[in-house]
Ligand binder design. Structure first.
Ligand SMILES: *[C@@H]1O[C@H](CO)[C@@H](O)[C@H](O)[C@H]1NC(C)=O
Ligand SMILES: *[C@@H]1O[C@H](CO)[C@@H](O)[C@H](O)[C@H]1NC(C)=O
Length: 183
């Protein structure tokens, strides 16, 4: 137990050092509204690297009998470093339980999914990248470089929107937006 605490405090110091030498970007937040948008800094333009972000979607205070969190992968232009984990409880990186990795986006699976859903009250989206080279997508016949992602989430008791789209499914030749009412 003591060993773990030392390990964590070591990691914490590393993070602090990393923060002071490069990534000034603040991109982590806790989201407690029933719906919202999550995007990399400057989207669709490049963001400073190295980058490390953690968005915590927390719907534990919203009462609903059978609620779920749905994340629609509308605009995902990375195929590395993006990870979705559900939790039974999430206070912080060191205080949580019931973690189950839903999916990590890789080059091999980025085309497969247009949404993820969890029935747990916490969904944590982590994004970590050391360099931009080779980790972003060129669209419009290589004319335009797009960096990062811009995705939406929704707390819902209904089935996820079956008509949702994703830029991956359009082979990056279109665009995909969620309307204000998530239609
Ligand atoms: C909650 O919703 C899911 C999907 O809509 C359904 O499969 C499940 O049976 C529901 N559970 C309860 C307790 O209503
Ligand atoms: C980000 O996504 C939201 C919801 O789909 C959309 O309304 C907004 O225009 C997008 N932003 C950019 C820069 O594409």
């Amino acid at each position: 137990m003591r060993f773990t605490a030392i390990g964590l405090s070591f990691l914490f110091h590393l993070t602090l050092i990393g923060g002071s030498t490069g990534s000034e970007v603040s991109c982590s937040s806790r989201l407690t509204t029933p719906r919202g948008v999550i995007q990399t800094p400057n989207f669709p333009r490049a963001f400073p690297v190295p980058i490390k972000c953690r968005w915590v979607i927390d719907v534990s205070d919203i009462s609903a009998s059978n609620s779920s969190i749905v994340v629609y992968l509308t605009q995902v232009y990375v195929y590395k470093g993006l990870r979705f984990t559900e939790y039974a409880y999430y206070e912080s990186e060191s205080m949580n339980f019931g973690a189950t990795l839903i999916k990590e986006i890789t080059e091999g699976n980025v085309f497969e999914y247009k949404l993820f859903r969890t029935f747990r009250p916490f969904l944590v989206i982590e994004f970590e990248l050391d360099q931009l080279e080779g980790n972003h997508v060129r669209v419009l016949n290589d004319l335009l470089d797009v960096y990062g992602f811009n995705i939406t989430y929704q707390m819902t008791e209904d089935v996820p929107n079956p008509d949702s789209c994703s830029v991956q499914r359009c082979s990056y030749t279109g665009n995909c937006f969620m309307s204000g009412d998530y239609e």
